[in-house]
Write a protein that binds this ligand. Sequence first.
Ligand code: IPT
Length: 957
Amino acid sequence: MPPRAWYAASDAARLSLHGTWRFRLATTATAHDESFARPDFDDSQWEDLRLPGHWPLKGHGAPAYTNTAYPFPVDPPRVPDENPTGDHRRVFDLPGDWGEGPAVLHFGGVESCARVWLNGQELGHFKGSRLPHEFEIGQLLRPRGNVLAVRVHQWSSGSYLEDQDQWWLPGIFRNVSVHRRPRGSVVDHFVHAGFDHLTGTGTLRVECEPAGRVTVPALGLDLATGESATAPVRPWTAERPHLYDGELITAGERIPLRIGFRTVRVEDGLLKVNGRRILLRGVNRHEFHPRYGRTLGPEAMRHDLVLMKRHNINAVRTSHYPPHPAFLDLCDELGLWVVDECDLETHGFAQQGWRGNPVDDERWEPALLDRARRMVERDKNHPSIVLWSLGNECGTGRGLSAMAAWMRERDPSRPLHYEGDRSCADTDVYSRMYADHTEVERIGRRAEEALDDPELDARRRQLPFLLCEYAHAMGNGPGGLSEYQRLFERYERCQGGFVWEWIDHGLRQRTPDGGVFHAYGGDFGEELHDGNFVCDGLVFPDRVPSPGLVEFKKVVEPVRIEEVPGGDGATCAVRITNLHDFADLGHLTFVWQYAVVGQSRGHGWLEVPAVGPGESAEVTLPRPPAPEDGAGTGEAWWTVQALLAADTPWAEAGHEVAWGQMPAPVLPPPAPPATVRAAPRRGEGNVIVLGPGTFDATSGALRYLDGVELVGPRLDVWRAPTDNDEAAPWQPGPRPASEWRRLGLHRMRHRVDAVEAGADALVVRTRIAPAATDLGLRTVYRWTAGPAVLRLEVAVEPEGDWPGPLPRLGVTMAVCGSLGLAEWFGGGPGEGYPDTGAAARVGRWSMPVDALQTPYVRPQENGARPQVRWAQLTRGDGSGLRVEGDPHFSFTARRWSVEELAAARHTTDLTPGDRLWLHLDHAQHGIGSQSCGPGVLPQHRLEVAPARFSFALSTLE
Ligand code: IPT
């Protein structure tokens, strides 16, 4: 049947065929003949399979992951003999009141192709995995005992068009249903609902076959299909997704409509909606569930969108295929700008120098046009969709031009997107992936490198710019988000982008002893795979937000709250900037809090004037409350939060949308007791005692602090490489982790040159260096002591010509595992690194050491708390260890060593030992995004240079 608009509901009956089917899997396409399609075929030897779903996730065969490589020889359109083939059978009755007449069998998504029989009669076959396919079946249906037989092959010519970076997961993974099509019911309909921002009016016209009427009660509209009507309306935007309920009525059917009035245009070199430039704070979303693959229930879809809205995300690119249509209904309802992308990617041809690329071969054109049609026709009625995308990573070719031409003709109301053709010949926006900050800046100034063709160059220079992928969220990271955001705010041409990507595609698995972990490429024995490159999302596979999402929320917040510089020292003024594209700040309430050393000393409402989009206002904070006697001295901070004033469909009143912190004048702490410096002395055995510390006299290593046993502290420069440290092989420039391993930073040797007990200090002189090189770090540990405190000053002098940055610079020590509770004053509550620290706020935080860990799917450096003034590790009874740092430091505490962390492949490989490893870092190297994008920006690199830092260690009773 020709493709048509999807709608979730109508008064025409539907019968879902979800549930238990009979199933048999063969390893080749030709293992069985077609007799299974006969109604009397005996399938009692088959197994049960619940649909929708992918058979490899239900105990039949196995999933496989490749990024761009085709997991079969590239010889289009042929596929290998080993072609897992699933035969499916389902017997169904019609409901008693079904009646007679036309009906349609609907498949929402089948990977990768299907042949279908009903009651022994072949209906046909189809390809296009994430697109709908329908068959007219009314004449074949009978009241009882209908036998539906579907043969699905994992590989088909269609697989060449579906080389997206994800698991290969065959099966009937979306809805299968039968729809009654009464005479006079809707064959297809197209809702046109534009908004004129100059007059504030919306214009509605609904095309429909057959003709009928359209009503919109709230607008008093009742018009014939094909006619237009104009009325004053509230427009639809992602910020205020106003939908009007209406109805389409034909002789045979009534369909509820949800109408959003908005107009999308590219004008003045900008992408505008309702006459205004929009800024995309977007994510790329694959459909993924850790147990069900690309089969998502309504709860998971809503969960994704609610999480996005709560994290200030306003846009989704449906990478790289149209999603389940219910997801788009939710985008209309909750408010997101959507780039709907066609189910098309031929990336694996890049590995063949693009030889034989289907998008540049006219024999494939009908298949490409079929895909374009199935997407546009299905999804054309969603106000949330503001751009159509031809597909992803297909190189260039006339097939893409043919798709673009057809789309323009069919739906001139939406601009076109495609990234793979730098000339932008077929598109209305200039889109790139992973361009670094410098290049984005140039593009922002419309000063990018020229195209060879001057005409195309001039045209492209006038186009708005977006990053359809950036900030690769693989493992720890992405770093550098704030710097991108500043560019998007500075250059109006740069209209934001879409982080790659929303969710880690880790498949939930159990170890033999019951531990749960998330599997990635290679875990199913694939002979060709791309490892954990499939885990690069802002949420973990179980949809728990990762620190990257928390960071993104802060970076893209639609209200900026910052200090007005040059205050008088006593009062503090804040500037509140409204970064929404349409909304004023009426939906938010503002509260202030004044805290001293993280303890609240007062809070209240803050009156903020109505500030329009793009505008700002200055507001003076109240005078700080007077310090109470003896209390409230030390470092003081203002925090101002913008909270939702009323419930929304995605968060309750009081939900924090944005925040800012401003330092307040420090209240001087009480004068410290005059320091009496203790002198080192020889103790019993081969030890030196200095104040509360006991040291090994030969190595100079601290052994006990007030009777608490310690190992270390000693200098440490190694971290378990992050995915961004490892970096993608195709990235330009050195890959940090390989460089570090080449230098031997994971096997540093510590040599003690002198242990000098002076009059009031113990000085330990060392040199730390890896084998096979003359590079080294001369390090002097200078210990002094007061009555109950040990002070360590570390001085590091590099020797030799270090070629690149260090992973970290600090000291590491091991303490007793019973010190399982962490408390600190500094950045938190989550982790933060030099270029991922925007979301860390200064406060006093506490949590169990186990909760400090971030469970990246592939274990790697994680969990550092930045800008820490002091930290404590304690037992339940409050006893433990306290560290103060000067300057501020970052700390990490774990139940395993860096070496164990670096060696683990999955979270379940990490077993807690009986010690805690405590890392006190003077500095860390930034995180960057080099797993598929730019590396660490210069200002966040940890260059090798002389350094001095100190810690005061004491015990708590
Ligand atoms: C880019 C792809 O478009 C996307 O699907 C995903 O694979 C991403 O990279 C990395 O995770 S293509 C890349 C080779 C620039």
